[in-house]
Design a protein around this ligand. Structure first.
Ligand code: FAD
Length: 387
C-alpha cells in the first residue's frame, strides 16, 4: 500500500509518514486529493473495503489516526491466534493484516497514517469534502467509515505523576518485549493482555509482580492457572490490590505502593510498569458528522450499509443494525455490499453485475493477474445480477 508522499497535499507528514498526530490541527491551502472513496480507518475491515471497491474499479484513500495499519489486530493482539477467518484455520492477528495488505496491493490504495479524519461535509457538486487533523483534504464521491471502536485510548494509571513517566517507565502496550529483559516489572490489570504479558515476560524479566484489584480475572482460565503455577514456583508474584502512589528516586521510577484488599499498603520495587486497564473507546469526531447514532455506533441499513446520510457508509465494528455481531467476518461481508452500493451511486445508470473473480477478465485485469486482458472490454455474461 502506498503511503502519501505529496508534501503539498499534507503539510505535516514527515518522510517516513509514520509520526503520530500530536500537533495542533493545521489546515493548509494545498490542493485536495480527488478520489472515488475515502475510507476512515485501516483496521481489517477498512483494508478489505479497499479490495471490494477495487474489484469494482473504484479507488480508495485510507486514513487512520494510528501510525500503522491493522486497527485492533495490530494494536491490541498482534500475536494472538485467530481461528474464525473463513478458509484460514489459524493465523495471528498480525498475519491477517499482512495478508490483507498483500491482497489489496493490486489496487494501490494510498494510506494516510497518523491523522484523524475530523471534518466531513457535502460540497455543492454533491461530492464530499473530507479533512484530517494534519490538513490533508480530499474530494470524494463517497465515504466509508470503518472506524472500529472509534479513536481508542488505553485507560491510564491515575496515580499522581504517572504521565511524567509515560513511554519511559510506564507503558500501555508492549512494542518490543526485549526492552523488558532483566528488568523488575510491575504489571497492572486482570484481563488477557495483563495475564499474557505476565506469562511471556516471566521468562525474560528479572522479576514480575502482577497487581489486580480483585481475585477474579477477565482473562482465559488457562492463563490464570499458568500464572498461579508460576507463582507457586516463585517465578512471578501476585498481589490483590491497587496502586496508590508511585515511588521515585531522583526523578526515576523505582516502584509503587500498593494497597491490598486486606488494608495493608506494600511497597513494590519496579523499574518498569506495564498497565493493561483496557481501552476506553471514543467515537471521536465521527459523532459530529450528523449521522444517526445508536449505542455509540453508527446506525446503518443492512442492504447497503449506508448511514442516515446518503453517500456515507459504515462497516465493521463501528456500525450497528439489528443482529449486529462485532466480528471480522461480519465486517468483510458488509464491505462487499457497501462497495456495490457505492458503485451504483457513483456510476448511476450502469448495471451492477455480480462477477466472479474466478471467471471475470475485467476483475482479473484489475487484480493484475491477467496482464493481457483488456480492462475496458465487456464483462462476460453475468451469472447473477444484483440490480
Ligand atoms: P478496528 O480494528 O477497530 O480499526 C478501526 C480503525 O479506525 C482504528 O485503527 C482507528 O484508529 C481508526 N479510526 C477511528 N476513528 C478514526 C478517525 N476519525 N480518523 C482516522 N482513523 C480513525 N474478531 C474476530 O472476528 N475473531 C477473533 O478471534 C477476534 N479476536 C479478538 C481478540 C481481541 C483481544 C480483541 C480486542 C478483538 C478481537 N476480535 C476478533 C474483534 C476484531 O478485532 C474486530 O471485530 C475488528 O478489529 C474490527 O475491525 P474494524 O476494521 O471494524 O475496526
Amino acid at each position: 500500500m502506498s503511503r502519501e508522499s505529496n508534501e503539498s497535499e499534507s503539510s505535516a507528514v514527515g518522510s517516513s509518514g509514520l509520526e503520530s498526530p500530536q500537533g495542533a490541527i493545521a489546515f493548509i491551502d494545498g490542493p485536495a486529493i480527488d478520489t472515488d472513496v475515502v475510507i476512515v480507518g485501516a483496521g481489517p475491515v477498512g483494508l478489505f473495503q479497499v479490495f471490494e471497491l477495487g474489484l469494482l474499479g473504484l479507488k480508495a484513500h485510507v486514513v487512520d489516526s494510528l501510525p500503522a495499519i491493522g486497527g485492533q489486530c495490530t494494536e491490541l493482539y498482534p500475536d494472538k491466534p485467530i481461528y474464525d477467518i473463513p478458509a484460514v484455520p489459524v493465523c495471528t492477528a498480525r498475519e491477517l493484516i499482512e495478508r490483507l495488505e498483500q491482497q489489496i496491493r493490486p489496487f494501490d490504495p494510498v494510506f494516510h497514517p497518523g491523522q484523524e479524519v475530523i471534518e466531513v461535509h457535502r460540497r455543492e457538486d454533491g461530492r464530499f469534502h473530507v479533512a484530517t487533523s494534519r490538513g490533508t483534504h480530499f474530494r470524494a464521491g463517497a465515504i466509508v467509515i470503518a472506524g472500529g471502536v472509534g479513536s481508542f485510548q488505553p485507560r491510564r494509571l491515575t496515580a499522581p505523576g504517572a504521565e511524567r513517566h509515560e513511554g519511559r517507565a510506564i507503558h500501555y502496550r508492549v512494542r518490543n518485549p526485549e526492552a523488558f529483559a532483566d528488568r523488575d516489572l510491575l504489571i497492572l490489570g486482570g484481563g488477557d493482555s495483563a495475564l499474557d504479558w505476565t506469562l511471556a515476560l516471566a521468562e525474560r524479566a528479572r522479576s514480575v509482580v502482577l497487581v489486580h484489584r480483585r481475585p477474579e480475572f477477565r482473562a482465559a482460565p488457562a492463563s490464570v492457572a499458568r500464572m498461579l503455577e508460576l507463582r507457586e514456583q516463585g517465578r512471578v508474584d501476585f498481589l490483590e490490590g491497587q496502586v496508590q502512589e508511585l515511588i521515585e528516586v531522583d526523578g526515576t521510577l523505582a516502584g509503587a505502593s500498593v494497597r491490598s484488599s486486606d488494608g495493608v499498603t506494600r511497597r513494590v520495587g519496579a523499574e518498569q510498569v506495564l498497565v493493561f486497564f483496557g481501552l476506553s473507546p471514543k467515537l471521536g469526531p465521527i459523532a459530529n458528522w450528523g449521522l444517526d447514532l445508536s449505542r455509540r455506533s453508527v446506525r446503518v441499513d443492512t442492504e447497503k450499509f449506508q448511514t442516515s446520510v446518503p453517500g456515507i457508509f459504515a462497516v465493521g465494528d463501528i456500525n450497528d443494525y439489528p443482529g449486529k455481531k462485532k466480528l471480522i467476518l461480519s465486517g468483510f461481508h458488509e464491505t462487499a455490499l457497501a462497495a456495490f452500493a457505492i458503485a451504483a451511486q457513483l456510476r448511476p445508470g450502469e448495471k451492477q453485475h455480480l462477477q466472479y473473480t474466478t471467471t471475470s477478465p475485467l476483475m482479473q485485469k484489475r487484480l493484475g493477474v491477467v496482464p493481457g486482458a483488456d480492462a475496458g472490454e465487456e464483462a462476460p455474461e453475468p451469472r447473477r445480477a444484483t440490480g
